[in-house]
Write a new protein. Structure first.
Length: 621
């Protein structure tokens, strides 16, 4: 299934505007007559299933200036009810019947009235349900299924067919605007905003660990796959998180850390956790110190959530004495001492919490001893055990993690560049989603996915997508819709696969007619950038342009009354900074014309400097 058309009645800066996503069709909804019209372009040779690869049905880029409406278009695809939208999908229905190999699904809402498709009337009395009509055009037959619904089941398709397509939405930046959108049921939201807010408020560690698990799963399964565009690590180095634990406990107000109401916070309620378990660089001391750090990081949650609020100063003294006594004991003895204290103070629930903590701790330490390798005073674990390690670690209620980990390739530290990290977040999020039940037909929507990438990575962006997506979704067919500012992406796509957006009258979103654009596929990047669609005021940065104009003004309004030679030298040095050969040559000519109107000494000094520059250049060759 493939999305081929979207029409938006009114959403943000979009008003009565249509967007075509297929190079083979051009649809248009005429609101004045409530008619949907279309043309099939038989001459589009590129529209072959193999053009973007066997598993990629089509790729469309939405390109536009800031504020032109790119993100608004995506929001209408994710939540079409918001803009009273019409969507047209192309669906393969029969391999035997070549004439009606596809049907076209028109999804719209009761607020919009579609009365005709190419002159063929639709049953407008059917306010909720579906109507199937056959349209004859140019000796061809087209089957349209029109779906209109206002039901609470906010889905693109009826329940029996709603698994026909899964819409995957990804963005790598924090965009709270989409928080209140009512997304259709088919949308699988893996945007940064959604991934972060799936966790309880403030659970930053949970978010970080879940992201790490996604990356580990991808790396584990793709380490030996040469399709990935960069090298991958194979191990994790485990380190004790002394600093993190001490930041939590040292002089921290417990109302902030435990979510206590501020009016109940008492500054005299301080606990004596200012102690660092010793680690002397060997395996035994590592595990001993780790046990205590886990105990510390979990202790406040399981022990003090209820007790601390009502504790008196004397109670706190008793608690601190218990902690001080426990420090000198082995871990199991310390746990036993704490349980005795809880029993004496009738803290039954905390007693059972400590018991559970003890069981979880013992299981976790057994796992680590079996899977950690100890090399050159460092603790390592293979990436294929990373997820299990994190899942076991998350059984502890903790304020902060007792350990940190970093990527390694064998025994050497491994660092991802920012561009590699962007790719890794994208592909690991998609790979995590691929383990869930999805339709055989995917529409993958990526909002400015190359944002923050070096130009070299932007150049490879689409190629990497087309090569890796079929590996992540090996038995799926995928349509890709991208928003972008990148001219590199434009050069990878035929113009028929690009929706060009501009600000029209009253800053409304306007689709730029294709006929006015140059050919884009395989086009030189500099040529694309020089097009006014990307840069209205040329390809030179505004700061540089202002500086150049200021020196043009200095030449045109040159004051020859004082210190002329020094001023000429300053202008000459500036001109030599300019990288554009045409601009630099033009300014040199203007300066020479000016110099030739000045005194012989000034001319002599200027041309002598030019001779010296030429001699220096010759000597450096």
């Amino acid at each position: 299934m493939e999305l081929i058309y979207l029409w938006v009645e009114k959403y943000k800066n979009i008003k009565n505007e249509g967007f075509n996503f297929s190079p083979k069709y051009h649809f248009e909804y005429i609101s004045e007559t409530n008619t949907l019209e279309f043309v099939e372009n038989e001459t589009v040779i590129l529209y072959q299933e193999s053009f973007f690869g066997e598993h990629i049905t089509n790729v469309t880029a939405i390109i536009g200036q800031n504020g032109s409406g790119k993100s608004s278009v995506l929001e209408c695809l994710l939540a079409p009810k918001e803009g009273n939208c019409i969507l047209v999908f192309k669906q393969k229905v029969s391999l035997e019947n070549e004439e009606n190999k596809y049907q076209y699904i028109v999804r719209y809402y009761a607020e919009i009235l579609i009365s005709k498709i190419e002159g063929k009337s639709i049953n407008t009395n059917n306010e909720e349900g579906e109507t199937v009509i056959e349209v004859k055009k140019a000796d061809k037959s087209y089957i349209f299924k029109c779906l209109n619904s206002n039901s609470a089941n906010y889905s693109l398709f009826p329940s029996e067919t709603e698994k026909q397509v899964s819409i995957i939405f990804y963005s790598d930046y924090y965009d709270e605007i989409k928080e209140n959108l009512e997304l259709v049921k088919e949308v699988k939201d893996i945007s940064f905003f959604h991934r972060f807010h799936k966790h309880e408020e403030g659970a930053w560690n949970d978010f970080k660990y879940r992201e790490s698990i996604s990356k580990m799963n991808l790396i584990k399964d793709f380490t030996n796959n040469d399709v990935f565009p960069f090298k991958l690590p194979n191990r994790l180095r485990i380190k004790l998180n002394y600093d993190g634990i001490h930041r939590v406990y040292k002089n921290a107000p417990y109302d902030d850390k435990l979510r206590f109401p501020k009016e109940q916070h008492r500054h005299d309620k301080k606990l004596n956790f200012d102690w660092k378990p010793s680690f002397v660089g060997n395996e035994d001391s590592f595990f001993t110190a780790l046990e205590w750090l886990i105990f510390y990081s979990s202790f406040t949650h399981v022990f003090f959530q209820n007790l601390l609020l009502n504790a008196t100063t004397n109670d706190l003294g008793d608690i601190n004495n218990a902690i001080s006594s426990a420090k000198s004991l082995p871990m199991k003895s310390a746990m036993r001492a704490i349980r005795v204290y809880l029993t004496l103070n009738k803290q039954e629930q905390n007693y059972y919490d400590i018991q559970q903590l003890e069981r979880n701790l013992e299981e976790f330490m057994i796992f680590l001893r079996e899977n950690i390798s100890w090399e050159m005073g460092k603790a390592f674990i293979n990436i294929d055990k990373g997820e299990e390690m994190i899942e076991k670690l998350n059984t502890f209620n903790k304020l902060t993690s007792p350990i940190t980990f970093s990527w390694y390739k064998d025994t050497k530290p491994f660092y991802f560049s920012s561009g590699e990290n962007i790719f890794l977040r994208l592909f690991s999020s998609l790979y995590y989603l691929a383990q869930n039940e999805l339709s055989d037909n995917l529409i993958i929507i990526i909002d400015e996915g190359e944002l923050g990438m070096h130009p070299q990575w932007q150049k490879k962006y689409l190629k990497n997508l087309l090569e890796i997506l079929p590996k992540i979704f090996p038995r799926k067919k995928a349509q890709i819709i991208l928003t972008s500012h990148s001219s590199f992406l434009v050069s990878d796509l035929p113009k028929e696969n690009i929706v060009f957006l501009k600000k029209g009258d009253n800053d409304l979103c306007k689709v730029e007619p294709l006929i006015e654009q140059e050919k884009t596929f395989g086009q030189n990047i500099h040529t694309l950038l020089s097009d006014s669609f990307f840069l209205e005021d040329g390809v030179v940065g505004d700061f540089a342009l202002d500086k150049i104009n200021s020196y043009v003004k200095k030449i045109n309004e040159f004051d020859n009354t004082e210190d002329a030679q020094s001023k000429i030298k300053e202008i000459d040095h500036f001109i030599n900074l300019i990288g554009d050969k045409l601009i630099r040559t033009h300014l040199k000519m203007k300066l020479e014309i000016l110099v030739n109107t000045m005194s012989r000494d000034t001319q002599k000094n200027y041309y002598q400097r030019k001779i010296d520059e030429l001699n220096n250049e010759g000597g450096n060759q």
